[in-house]
Design a binder for this molecule. Sequence first.
Ligand code: ADP
Length: 436
Amino acid sequence: MRLGDSGRWRDAGLATLAVLPLLTLALLPAAGVRLAAAALWWAVGLALLWFAGGLALAARRRARPLQLLASLLHGLRAGDYGLRIRGGGGAQSEVAREFNALAAHLGGEQRHGRETDALLSQLLASLELGVLVVDEQDRLVELNPAAEALLGETAFTLVGRSASQLGLAEWLHRPVPLIDRRGFPAGEGPWEVRRVMFRRRGRPHRLLVVTDVSRALREQERHAWRRLIRVLGHEINNSLGPIQTTASLLRERASQPDPTLSEGLELIERRSRSLGGFIRRYAELARLPPPTPDRVELAGLIRHIAALEERVAVIVDSDASADVFLDRAQFEQALINLVRNAAEAALETGGGVRIRWRADGGVLLIEVEDDGPGIAHTENLFVPFFTTKPGGSGIGLLLARQIIEAHGGSLRLLNRQGTSGAVAVVRLPASAARAL
Ligand code: ADP
């Protein structure tokens, strides 16, 4: 587009044309032409009118480049950065050059902004951290897929709702980083929440970053337990060995059969043996080696585990064939523990146990469901040695969870909704379920 033409000659021509009648009238007396007074007034009037018209035309011609520039600037404001103009020379060329440079700069900024936005969206989508954006009215305006999974709903139903409607008000008002110990659809937590203020289109917003810190905390816990068990185990074993041998020697050598003495010695022997077994089992748990995964046919593995349980009916509720990538021995042990717990719970009520599995968006879900009385103390389930059973060890669930987490998965034990009984939910990541 051209901003205007140089038009210097045209302007000169127009000016000459505008003054020509007046000039002619001025030269008439010199040329010896005399007009009647009335005719002279008419001629002067018409010449002045002609001159005024010429002036108006010149003013419009002069304003045209500015009008054009105004409409081009309007285009820029509306985001049309592809506009380019050519100047008609002199100052106009300079204006055109500056305008083109500005349009190119704004276009570049816009492209850069779009690319940054696209990169940011991809980054947010691939993050395992939940990211939520909340506006100044505490309304959720954006969230990434990990945050959707955390809250168990899609952005479509979540965006626009207030933080207090979503039960997240304290994430906005408590000092950060804060630890939220509530369970969410994505897991039991605890969750660490960090908050950052930023401005978007001039308005204050808050960015919330939510991390599942359960693994890190449990890893620390495990380290502490391992250290403790190593020290305790060493001390206890040092004392147990001699106690056990001395007790059995004494019992053998008691020449006169004395029932009190031999009962007492037998008790010492039995208790020290069971204490030794207890320490050994926990030491094994603490020394669990990293899994060595292999291709495993899941349906066959689960049918085999179901058949091992003879006290209650264990129904295998799925028949989908699924090859998974797991450490067979370890995973079998984890499922045996879950099925055993479910069967023991079901024994109390005379109910049954069901095992089912399904692929869910690349993730493998395995559920062990029972008709038992349900879980009374959900907060203690994974505490080492916690048991409600006479003769229970309290490490079955812990070992199962440790194995499943070593495979990159998670284990949750929940009460069933609307009915009695519990369900253990094993979630294995795409890496374990990749042969599905
Ligand atoms: P143990 O079976 O030796 O008690 P676990 O670690 O396997 O050890 O289980 C710990 C506790 O968790 C159990 O004593 C029981 O109270 C509870 N529990 C586990 N599974 C279930 C279940 N399916 N239903 C009800 N309670 C359960």
